[in-house]
Ligand binder design. Structure first.
Ligand code: DX5
Ligand code: ZN
Length: 217
């Protein structure tokens, strides 16, 4: 299994000062960027032009989480910007296998997300097309929500499926990850942890990252 990775989400950062907000998390494993279109989710954030500027402003790998409709059209454009990982939602993709292959062909890690009420079973046969599977542990759209414990069995099922494949697919959780909840998610089998408010509401983001990493280990 992959050693625990912490990906702070800039959704909870100060959007007027994104460059300096990135320097606060330089000890993270990647920066998680939530792209929302106000259609797939009831919230609107940033798109390609801002992500392009962020890419130029940081050395951190970029983990793009697309909460948008029509990822088949848009996801490759994020890959083209040099983002290391691009996650599309299973519920929004027209042709998830084709899209995952297209992302990999562009040299980007292909990743797919599922909302809390979406089962993983229909997607298990395509796990080998992915570099990461994201299990949402809140309804996507907003930071600061409570971790849904009812996702823990799905994390365990996904862990077994990933291990059966040889364990190279990262298993990410996103939503409500904090010092209170990260151990439960890690014990269930997650290895990659998005943390928004837990990192950005801390006075010392670096020690919040270190503490989360320690608890997940
Ligand atoms: C929610 C986003 C998350 C969010 C997590 O839809 O996908 O990445 O920023 O924020 P917290 O960690 O506060 O739940
Ligand atoms: Zn996210």
């Amino acid at each position: 299994m992959i050693s625990p990775r912490i990906h702070p989400s800039i959704l909870n950062a100060d959007f007027a000062n994104l460059a300096s907000e990135l320097t606060r998390i330089s000890s993270a494993d990647a920066v998680h960027v939530d792209v929302m279109d106000n259609h797939f989710v009831p919230n609107l954030t940033i798109g390609l032009p801002v992500v392009k500027s962020l890419r130029a402003a940081t050395e951190l790998p970029m983990d793009i989480h697309l909460m948008i409709e029509d990822p088949d059209t848009w996801a490759p454009q994020y890959a083209e910007l040099g983002c290391e990982s691009v996650t599309f939602h299973a519920e929004a993709a027209q042709a998830p296998i084709r899209l995952a292959r297209e992302l990999r062909a562009q040299g980007t890690r292909s990743a797919m997300a599922v909302k809390p009420a979406t089962g993983i079973e229909p997607y298990l046969d395509m796990l080998g097309e992915l570099d990461m599977l994201l299990l949402m542990t809140v309804e996507p759209g907003f930071g600061g929500q409570s971790f849904l414990d009812l996702i823990l069995p799905k994390i365990r099922r996904a862990r077994r499926a990933v291990d059966d494949l040889g364990g190279t697919v990262a298993l990410q959780v996103d939503g409500g990850i904090s010092t209170e909840t990260i151990q439960r998610a890690a014990e269930a089998g997650a290895d990659t942890f998005v943390a928004g408010s837990a990192v950005y509401s801390a006075d010392d983001a670096a020690s919040a990252i270190a503490e989360l990493r320690r608890l997940a280990s």
